[in-house]
Ligand binder design. Structure first.
Ligand code: SF4
Ligand code: FES
Length: 248
């Protein structure tokens, strides 16, 4: 495949940034999208130009770092797929592909396609943990009976990889799907009930402090989430938050 790439180039946080055109030729349909980007970067390095900065780590859909907008969609055209899992067979010879960073006030651009998603880390630090007795007398987690349905829902919520596609896709740049998933994975399990009230209040407060928008129930986040995180997690977060505030 021969392709035209229109890529957002931005030297740093204060640079205005612009779309720059590149050509890549002889791209195999079996390559991943990031391998195609590697081909472009080798081309740029060989010609003495600055390679395109983009985030990646696991390249198997679990770390959540390969965030970019491809032809106007977070992680590109395939359903339930991160950018690193997207293959070039999703495109055709002669295509023009637009590649841009995730855009949200709370995710400022660092360079090119790399954005600062440390706001998610700060939300996690505000309550995304449990207290566990590590004295040597710790109760085996398997000894605590948990209804299968709850365990399944907690596991589904825990599959959130913190990629930020929900925020980048939402017209309000809301982080509620992410925060809802993180609160739910603990709220559904007995181990998570100890700090449940504090967690709901603190994580929501941190989310607001980071400048994410509010949820207006559009549902775009659920559609574009590569892990299929359900909107029901937002409803659970709202219930947890309301209950916590009614108690005190
Ligand atoms: S909820 Fe989905 S889209 Fe949002 S951060 Fe988690 S995995 Fe990514
Ligand atoms: S590089 Fe880890 S999810 Fe894509």
């Amino acid at each position: 495949m021969n392709l035209t790439l229109k890529i957002w180039r931005q030297k740093g946080p204060k640079d205005k940034g612009k779309i720059v055109d590149y050509k890549v030729n002889d791209i195999s349909e079996h390559m991943s999208f990031l391998e195609m980007m590697d081909v472009l970067n080798e081309q740029l390095i060989n010609s003495g130009e600055d390679p395109v900065a983009f985030d990646h780590d696991c390249r198997e859909g679990i770390c959540g770092s390969c965030s970019m907008f491809i032809n106007g969609r977070a992680h590109g055209p395939a359903e339930g797929t991160t950018t690193c899992q997207l293959h070039m067979r999703s495109f055709s010879d002669g295509d023009t592909i637009y590649i841009e960073p995730f855009r949200a006030n709370a995710f400022p651009v660092i360079k090119d396609l790399v954005v600062d998603r440390s706001a998610f880390e700060r939300i996690q630090q505000a309550g995304g943990y449990i207290s566990v007795n590590t004295s040597g007398n710790t109760q085996d987690a398997n000894a605590i009976p948990i209804p299968k349905e709850d365990a399944d829902m907690a596991m589904d919520a825990a599959t959130c990889i913190g990629c930020g596609a929900c925020v980048a896709t939402c017209k309000n740049a809301s982080a509620m799907l992410f925060v809802g998933a993180k609160i739910s994975q603990y709220a559904l399990l007995p181990q998570g009930r100890v700090e449940a009230e504090k967690r709901a209040k603190n994580m929501v407060a941190q989310m607001d402090a980071e400048g994410f928008g509010n949820c207006t129930n559009t549902g775009a986040c659920e559609v574009e989430c590569p892990k299929g995180i359900s909107l029901s997690n937002i409803a659970r977060m709202n219930r947890e938050f309301l209950t916590a505030n009614l108690k005190k």
